[in-house]
Design a protein around this ligand. Structure first.
Ligand code: GDP
Length: 302
C-alpha cells in the first residue's frame, strides 16, 4: 500500500537496523538501549524525543519483564505510536466547514513542495465532489503563478491570480470574492516562501491572513505549513519560525519518500505539538496521504 511503498527508504535503513539490533543481542541490556538510541537519532527522531521514547521503553520492558530482544520490537512500535499520539489534543483531520466555504492557507519556504501539495489536495477535494478554487498568493517568486496554473489545469480547477509582483493581499481579496460568488466549497491559498527576508514575509502573511479573516468569518479554517522531510532538523527550525508569527494549525510533511530518516515525523509532532495532517509520498497527484500514526509505524515494521 501507499504508506509502505512511500516509506521504502526509511524501512530499508531504520527498520533494517532495528531488525539487525534485535537479531544480534541475546538479552535486553544497557548496551542494547544505547544502540537503539543511536539508531533512532540517526533516523532523525530528534534528541529529546529519543530520550523520552527510550525511557518509556525501558520502563515498559521492566514492567512486562521482557528478556528477549525479539519481544522488544512490538513494544518499540507501540511506543512510537504512543509518543506520536500523546498530548494530541487536535486531530489529523482537516477542519472543514460542513456547508459553506472552507479557506485553507498554505505557508512554507520555497521548494518544500507547497504548490505540489496544493495541487494534490485540490485533486482530492475535487474527487470528493467539492468545488475547489486556488489563490495564487505567491506573487514574488518567478514562475510560481504559472506553476500553480499548471496544477490547476492538471486537476481541473480554476486559479485566481494577478500579475507577478502584485500585492498578495489583493490577490487574496479577489480569490475570496470569487469563491463566495461561485459558491466554492474549498479555497486553497498559496503564499510566498522567501525566508531571506523573514520580517517582510511574516508581515505579508499577517496581512493576507487579516484579509481572509475579514472577508470570511471563522477563516482561515486551517493554516498548514508544508515541510520537506528530506531537510531533517532544518524543517523543525522553519516550522518554529513560522509558528512565531502565524497560528499554524497543521503540518504537511512532503517528500517522505525521499528520505531514509522518516523519524522526523515524530520529532516534528513531539517538539512542535502541531499535528501532521498529511504526508507527501511522491510527485504524482495521488501521492498525498492523510497521516495516521498507526499506519505509519505499521508500514515501517511490517
Ligand atoms: P514549492 O516551491 O514549495 O511550491 O515547491 P514545489 O511544489 O514546486 O516542489 C518542489 C519539488 O519537490 C518539485 O520538484 C516537486 O515535484 C517535488 N515534490 C513535492 N512534493 C513531493 C513529494 O511528496 N515527494 C517527492 N519525491 N517530491 C515532491
Amino acid at each position: 500500500d501507499k504508506f509502505r511503498n512511500g516509506l521504502e527508504k526509511t524501512r530499508n535503513s531504520f527498520t533494517g537496523k532495528v531488525n539487525d539490533l534485535v537479531a544480534r543481542y541475546r538479552k535486553v541490556d544497557e548496551d542494547f538501549f544505547e544502540e537503539l538510541e543511536e539508531i533512532l537519532i540517526q533516523a532523525d527522531v530528534g534528541f529529546e524525543t529519543v530520550l523520552e521514547l527510550v525511557e518509556e521503553l525501558k520502563n515498559e520492558v521492566k514492567r512486562r519483564n521482557i528478556k528477549d530482544p525479539n519481544d522488544v520490537q512490538a513494544v518499540i512500535s507501540e511506543k512510537l505510536v504512543d509518543i506520536y499520539q500523546s498530548g494530541d489534543d487536535s486531530t489529523n483531520k482537516l477542519n472543514l466547514v460542513e456547508d459553506g466555504l472552507t479557506v485553507i492557507l498554505f505557508v512554507g519556504v520555497n521548494g518544500v513542495g507547497k504548490t505540489t501539495t496544493i495541487g494534490k489536495l485540490a485533486h482530492k477535494f475535487k474527487q470528493e465532489g467539492k468545488k475547489v478554487l486556488l489563490a495564487a498568493g505567491d506573487t514574488f517568486r518567478a514562475g510560481a503563478i504559472e506553476q500553480l496554473e499548471v496544477w490547476g489545469e492538471r486537476v481541473g480547477v480554476d486559479v485566481i491570480k494577478q500579475v507577478e509582483g502584485s500585492d498578495p493581499a489583493a490577490v487574496m481579496f479577489d480569490a475570496l470574492q470569487a469563491a463566495k460568488s461561485r459558491n466554492a466549497d474549498i479555497l486553497l491559498c498559496d503564499t510566498a516562501g522567501r525566508l531571506q527576508n523573514k520580517v517582510n514575509l511574516m508581515k505579508e502573511l499577517e496581512k493576507v491572513k487579516r484579509v481572509i479573516e475579514r472577508e470570511v468569518p471563522g477563516a482561515p479554517h486551517e493554516v498548514l505549513i508544508v515541510l520537506d522531510a528530506t531537510t531533517g532538523q532544518n524543517a523543525l527550525i522553519q516550522a518554529k519560525t513560522f509558528k512565531e508569527s502565524t497560528n499554524v494549525t497543521g503540518i504537511v510533511l512532503s517528500k517522505l519518500d525521499g528520505t531514509a530518516k522518516g523519524g522526523i515525523v515524530l520529532a516534528i509532532r513531539n517538539e512542535l505539538k502541531i499535528p501532521v495532517k498529511f504526508v507527501g509520498l511522491g510527485e504524482k497527484v495521488d501521492d498525498l496521504q492523510e497521516f495516521d500514526a498507526e499506519k505509519y509505524v505499521y508500514g515501517l515494521f511490517s
